[in-house]
Design a protein around this ligand. Sequence first.
Ligand code: CMP
Length: 138
Amino acid sequence: MERTLSIIKPDGVARGIIGEVIKRLEINHLKIVAMKMMKMDTAQAQGFYSVHKERPFFDSLTHFMTSGPVVVMVLEGENAITKYREIMGATDYREAAEGTIRKDFATDIEKNVVHGSDSPETAAFEIGYFFNRFELIV
Ligand code: CMP
């Protein structure tokens, strides 16, 4: 069993597709073991995306991620990291496979509806960033 962090980004929440995203997680046997809705402040978003701090899109990304509420979840399942990345589709929705969340709903490389951890090390950091151990269902 593996765990990964999922975020439904401000564009996904604003467009009313929280339910659609969660349905796709559940039918693919990704179990939600923690979930919260929150509005990140700038420091939180900058800390979360600190690996990207030198990238040209960093300011725009952190501004977008603080523009409205997000839904943050921890997902658990077999190969959860890879499986969730397959369900999300490529970061750039123009390259995402048919039937993926980003292919179906993303409007922009930045406003790409969802975030998912990209490795076990990243997942550990990202889960710990938003949840303490008492908030994770065991
Ligand atoms: P995410 O999976 O959350 O990880 C970093 C985010 O930066 C990415 O999704 C996009 O929302 C955003 N982003 C904006 N521009 C780019 C870009 N050129 N390449 C990669 N990510 C980008």
